[in-house]
Design a protein around this ligand. Structure first.
Ligand code: SOE
Length: 381
């Protein structure tokens, strides 16, 4: 695994736990974690149970005892590491968004396609697809239970940047993160909407805004747990991204990605309206799915809440007894399970790098649209 911040912890948990609950066809070994700071990386290795730590990812990729490279670094390093790993014959799991630019994502997709011919697999870490309620929503749509999709509303709402004293982490710097709320959390909303509907966006129109332009530089520590220093630096990404889109079927979708939605901590929400019913999911209530069946007698209609914890629901079979709830980290175990199974059986795991490239094009489209002068129509009076 290359990187060891927030996502490093989440992925480590996935690698550690998945083989204990799922009967995997092969047993992953947590061989080595790589980071720039030798001491901090060694501490991460001890904490999360990696056998070893290292500071040079190129040397690690060259090793014969490495089969899989899991990339959990900031977006500006994804392309270089992923392409080198694929060319070295390693299977690659890469955090989202796939890259910082469309050009990088295209190069990654080309490397993945070439590697696939040598049975080398690659996958993007859009983990929320693997929350059982979200996967079940996809199954219901695919089974036609909500009929023809008419409209989609997807939003990813957080509020951790409301505090003007929150430090300038890499997530707020364009050169490292590519974009702000758009790529960090909007990308999840796009992937989830496309996954559940089974349709891709074909066009978008959007607006992005930065609400706090300067923040204290990062002092001690890394990532979200870092402290603020007395010096200040410029925020170079969006805090809020709003956009509309059209799906392949021509259904309209609206999206909102913000880290300034007061009171919403991690609300990835999606509501899909169809000719025969509707579905609604909210990550803050991740064990539930709301289902409205419009084919029921009129007087009995209404959204019902399905507790998605039955053993027959997606991914639930090996977990706890019915109603005993899963959490944020389980998606990472499901991701490991699916990736290892795909490697073993030689199938193409999703979301693929081609899927990741498509999301990158959507992000780029929103950004270009937001930069275009025509977004706002003045109202006279
Ligand atoms: C990782 O998948 C990620 O998108 C983080 O980068 C976000 O900050 C987090 O809130 C959701 O997960």
């Amino acid at each position: 695994m290359v990187g060891h911040g927030f996502m490093g912890a989440a992925h480590s948990q996935g690698w550690r736990v998945a083989p204990r609950f799922f009967d995997l066809p092969r047993q992953p070994e947590m061989t080595v974690v790589v980071g720039r700071d030798a001491e901090a990386t060694a501490a991460s290795a001890r904490k999360w149970g990696w056998n070893d730590s290292a500071t040079d990812w190129r040397a690690v990729i060259a090793r014969n005892d490495i089969d899989i490279v899991d990339i959990v670094t900031p977006g500006d390093t994804h392309a270089e590491i992923a392409i080198a790993a694929l060319e070295a014959g390693k299977h690659v799991l890469c955090e989202k968004p796939l890259a910082n630019t469309v050009a990088e994502a295209e190069a990654m997709e080309r490397a993945a396609a070439a590697a696939a011919e040598r049975r080398i697999r690659s996958m993007v870490g859009f983990t929320y697809r693997r929350v059982p309620a979200a996967t079940f929503a996809r199954d219901l749509v695919a089974a036609g239970r909500i009929g023809r999709i008419r409209q989609v509303r997807a939003e990813y709402l957080q509020d951790w940047l409301m505090d003007a004293a929150a430090p300038l982490t890499w997530r707020l710097e364009k050169e490292h993160a590519g974009s702000g709320a758009l790529g960090d959390i909007g990308a999840h909303a796009v992937d989830l909407a496309e996954f559940i509907t089974g349709e891709r966006l074909t066009s978008v129109s959007g607006v992005m805004e930065t609400l706090i332009h300067e923040r204290p530089l990062l002092g001690e520590g890394v990532g979200l747990s870092g402290t603020a220093s007395a010096e200040r630096g410029r925020v170079t990404v969006d805090d809020v991204a709003l956009f509309t889109g059209r799906l392949e079927s021509s259904a309209l979708a609206s999206f909102e990605a913000t880290r300034f939605r007061t009171g919403r901590k991690n609300a990835l929400r999606i509501e899909i309206s169809g000719s025969e019913g509707a579905l609604a999911f909210d990550l803050e209530r991740m064990n539930e799915l709301e289902f409205y069946d419009a084919t029921q007698p009129g007087l009995e209609q209404g959204f019902r809440r399905i507790l998605v914890t039955e053993h027959d629901h997606p991914y639930l079979a090996p977990w706890w007894p019915t109603g005993h709830m899963l959490g944020y980290e389980h998606g990472f175990s499901h991701q490991v399970r699916d990736f290892v199974v795909a490697i073993d059986e030689g199938s193409a795991p999703r979301p693929s790098f081609a899927d990741g490239l498509h999301v990158q094009r959507v992000l780029d489209g929103v950004e270009r649209s937001s930069n275009a002068a025509s977004v706002w129509t003045p109202i006279a009076g």
